[in-house]
Design a protein around this ligand. Sequence first.
Ligand code: HEC
Ligand code: HEC
Ligand code: HEC
Ligand code: HEC
Length: 412
Amino acid sequence: MRPSARTVFLTAVCLACALGTVAPQTVAQPVTTPASSADLRAAYATPQDIAEGKKVAAASCAQCHGMDGASTADGVPHIAGQRAPYLHLESLVYKNGGRGTTPMSNAVKFLSDDALMKVSAYYGSLDPVPPVSTRAAPAGKSAPAKLDPVSAGKAAAAGCSGCHGETGISKMAGMPSLVGLDPKYFVAAMNAYKNGQRKNEVMKTLAAGLGETDLNNLALFYALQKAAPAQTPSPGDKAAGKAAAAGCAGCHGDAGVSTNPATPSIAGQDAEYFSEAMKAYKAGSRADPAMQGAVADLDDKKIRDMAAHYAAQAPQMPKVRKPLTVAEWVERCDRCHGTNGNSTDPRSPALAGQRADYLERVMRAYQKETRKSAAMATMSHVLTEAEIEGIAAYYSRQRPRSVVYLILPAAK
Ligand code: HEC
Ligand code: HEC
Ligand code: HEC
Ligand code: HEC
């Protein structure tokens, strides 16, 4: 007998499966959110429903998903052992066009809600597909381990430290400090050297060998270093420089810490580099419309005094998010998707053992909002491409477990 709808609670029990383990392992917490009966119908499916669902699968789904729910093609997810109520809900979303027009939406367009419930129950009842790592690895190809962006930036910065200091704090007069620079300005400056807009032969040669990802990693590395003023001399009259710099605050911030990512912070900058830059703007050899007006009436003494003033100001770390490690992300994702992606909530998909290419595609779809979900939107917006790849690789390697929902009698 089916319990009445409104007071139903489900308990999920994960069973070790598919990989030969016999003993059932209970790794689940009870699902304590009451759900509407329509949402959970596939969890109440009878063996007869499942048998009927198998026929629907043979006629309408097997050509792409196989009878075993194990995908063999890029872009097609494994659905074996996926939570049946989730499969049902997603099938309805496809049917209503909510995930766009795809081969998948055409496949379910003409099927009744009842047929979709049953076929979902069928695929949900199957053993999940073992993760990639337990299958034969493709011969001879093992992808090199990828560094996270900050570590990659640090590695690339080794070649810059001789001139710019180990952590971007200049120790050599004439060399700019790189701490406290917004990544956006940093990347723009490097590209300006690359395309010749900013003229410096050394930097041009160095920048030429760096791609967009390298530049982003380098910029991130320097932005995350503890900021301190350049350790170089700054001759000049600070007090006079402060008075002369009143007109610069509007763009560069009160104490030389800019709030506009396209305008460089100049607090703590090496004084000699500062002066050379000002003279270059004045001479027109470094062209910039914003700076052109600012330097027009300045003589060498004023420039030197301002350089001393700004060199004495405290640089700040720009506001950038330090990327989380995959482990830190997984901790957050597992709150809804279950331990190592083995969801026990019937409406949350399991991620464990899913194809990495599919997981990546879906996260990008949430990001672009071509697939909409209130639960997923906030998290996916901040993910970087490197994080998406790392998270997808992690979940695709986790061992998937099937789950059996026990229906408890309704509380009186
Ligand atoms: C022509 C190939 C094709 C057929 C037939 C097909 N599917 Fe799919 N299915 C796909 C593809 C491709 C995707 C991934 C689409 C995307 O990225 O949104 C998918 C995705 C899904 C998903 C989403 C899984 C998830 O993890 O979110 C479900 C559920 C699903 N299919 C169920 C079915 C069912 C049930 C049938 C039969 C009624 C079926 N599919 C028939 C190709 C197919
Ligand atoms: C041989 C010394 C040298 C090396 C090595 C070097 N740089 Fe430079 N860098 C300079 C000099 C000199 C300037 C100032 C050039 C100018 O006047 O435009 C500069 C300017 C810059 C600027 C612009 C700073 C600003 O405030 O606008 C950035 C960014 C930069 N370098 C990044 C790097 C990175 C990243 C590396 C390593 C890949 C590197 N540099 C390696 C000498 C060097
Ligand atoms: C209208 C806005 C504006 C004003 C006012 C302004 N700046 Fe700038 N400044 C900029 C921008 C934008 C850049 C970056 C230009 C580039 O990429 O070459 C810059 C660059 C600089 C640089 C080079 C920094 C580096 O890291 O290479 C120095 C030094 C500088 N400004 C000092 C000053 C001083 C001193 C004043 C006041 C006398 C001043 N600026 C006034 C917008 C302004
Ligand atoms: C607040 C709960 C919650 C959190 C936290 C959460 N998710 Fe989800 N996730 C969901 C729900 C609910 C769905 C189903 C949404 C839908 O219908 O599109 C989902 C769907 C997904 C899917 C689609 C799976 C498929 O088979 O199509 C992926 C991939 C995913 N989440 C990854 C993640 C990752 C990675 C994180 C951590 C960065 C995360 N989720 C965090 C609730 C959550």
